[in-house]
Design a protein around this ligand. Structure first.
Ligand code: ATP
Length: 462
């Protein structure tokens, strides 16, 4: 993970937030390439939810919602973590994660194991951030930053039914920021206090809930695999009865085998996405607390019922981290053009996820090459995210593009000026081919939309 963090900083994907003031624990700012990468992750999610099907509609609800929402949802009462304090070192730990924490006095031991440790009893601590709405901090104006996007969907169930002309089974999808006052955040952008979620609530007749739950487990696994994650680093894990949330009758997590903090620590299976059968809990509770009827009336059969909900809930930042980790590779290659071995770092990202699809590089910054390169870049820019880069040795410029995961580099050389051809370099195979400028836009557009299989999976059966 150290290497990913360093690459993200070096290449402008992700920076620690408020760095010039010494940082603000576990908050991060996304730079240019990070914004593009995360934007592509969200675009692929929207494509899978909305673009490729007809039974899901989009929503963007407010972050600040009526405080009663969180009473009805159970968050005010139950969205808590058990905490213990150490009276000796004054540190606070999650009681259910002591095995993963280390004692500040003896980092090889867990809290409670050192002879000086003096832990308190566990207390429940609510994870919602509280704020005050209005000019004066007075009673009655307390609001909460939403800890999940899902409730915004449930409270809009009636609105959506009225306009969307959908009947169960149908879904409402939303992407947006959520906030949790996590006690033990960390592991880079895996767990932060402010993060983005991609959640979809799929409303179904109660008797069909189990079948749809299985359906969404499969669909969501396929999404990660199609975008290039290694199959042997992904798994589904069903929650045991003691682990289920209060609203859920069945939940399975999609887990990814994330690397530890440094090379010495072991990889661990950690949650990427949870897929829950939320039953009719949320609609029933909001109906009870708001007095509104939240149900579906099927005119054809005359049946009236409260739908069950299947929820695939993913984290955008967590998925982005998994794609980065999975794509990261180091290898020794012949130095291009010179045959000497040298190391390179490369992000083997799915082309649809890569922040930049193509870089246009004049071999030298004179003799008319930059002008032609600008012309080529302008034509490609109309089709895909394109970068122009002119300074420095060509090998260094290729390495830079490798590190940000650019699948294709187009090089303009002296021959280009004579016959209007360019070379296209492939990020993964390093193969170079000569292509006419006229054919280049169509060729790259076709490659970008073609199904893609990562070279890291090449040995696997298809
Ligand atoms: P965890 O057990 O890791 O705390 P959770 O089960 O509480 O996660 P959910 O409430 O199911 O998480 O949220 C759905 C998804 O939102 C998670 O699978 C994860 O990808 C993302 N997510 C949740 N909390 C955070 C966080 N603090 N930082 C980044 N992503 C998060």
């Amino acid at each position: 993970m150290e290497k990913i963090v360093a690459l993200c900083k070096r290449r402008g994907f992700v920076f620690p937030s408020s760095e010039i003031y010494g940082g603000m624990g576990s908050t991060y700012d996304f730079g240019h390439y990070g914004v593009l990468l995360k934007g592509n992750v969200k675009a692929q999610w929207w494509r899978a939810m909305i673009g490729e099907r007809e039974d899901i509609v989009a929503l963007d609800s407010a972050i600040l919602q009526h405080p009663r929402v969180w009473e009805a949802s159970g968050h005010l009462e139950g969205f808590t973590d058990p905490l213990v304090d150490c009276r000796t070192c004054k540190q606070r730990f999650r009681a259910d994660q002591l095995e993963e924490a280390s004692c500040p006095r003896a980092p090889s031991k867990h809290p409670g194991e050192h002879k000086d440790c003096d832990l308190t009893q566990a207390r429940q601590f609510n994870l919602m951030f509280e704020t005050t709405v209005g000019p004066v901090k007075e009673e009655g104006a307390t609001a909460y930053l939403r800890p999940e996007t899902a409730q915004g969907i449930f409270i809009n169930f009636k609105n959506v039914l009225a306009f969307a002309r959908k009947k169960p089974p149908f879904g409402i999808a939303q992407v947006g920021k959520s906030f949790r006052n996590e006690i033990t955040p960390g592991n880079f952008i895996f767990r932060t206090r402010e993060f983005e979620q991609m959640e979809m609530e799929f409303f179904v007749p109660p008797e069909e809930a189990e079948r749809w739950h299985s359906y969404w487990l499969e669909e969501r696994m396929r999404w990660y695999l199609d975008l290039g994650l290694r199959e042997d680093h992904l798994r589904l894990r069903a929650h045991g009865a003691e682990e289920l949330s209060h609203y859920s009758s069945a939940t399975s997590d999609i887990e990814y085998l994330f690397p530890g903090k440094d090379e010495r620590s072991e990889r661990r299976w950690m949650e990427l996405e949870g897929i829950a059968n939320r039953t009719d809990f949320d609609l029933r509770r909001h109906a009870e607390y708001s007095g509104e009827k939240l149900e579906y009336f099927d005119q054809a059969s005359g049946r009236r019922y409260v739908p069950y909900v299947i929820e695939p809930a993913a984290g955008t930042d967590r998925a982005t981290l998994a794609f980065l980790v999975d794509a990261y590779d180091e290898e020794v290659v012949e130095r291009e053009g010179q045959g000497k071995g040298e190391g390179r770092t490369v992000l083997r990202l799915h082309p649809q996820l890569a922040p930049v699809k193509v870089a246009v590089l004049p071999l030298v910054s004179r003799d008319g090459q930059p002008e032609l390169a600008h012309e080529v870049a302008a034509r490609l820019r109309a089709l895909m995210q394109t970068e122009y880069d002119e300074g420095g040795a060509i090998g260094r410029r290729y390495r830079r593009q490798d590190e940000i995961g650019t699948p294709w580099c187009v090089t303009i050389d002296h021959q280009s000026l004579e016959d209007r051809t360019v070379t296209v370099r492939d990020r993964d195979s390093l193969a170079q081919e000569r292509v006419a400028i006229e054919e280049l836009p169509a060729l790259l557009a076709e490659r970008l939309s073609a199904p893609w299989r990562s070279p890291k999976l090449a040995g696997d059966p298809a």
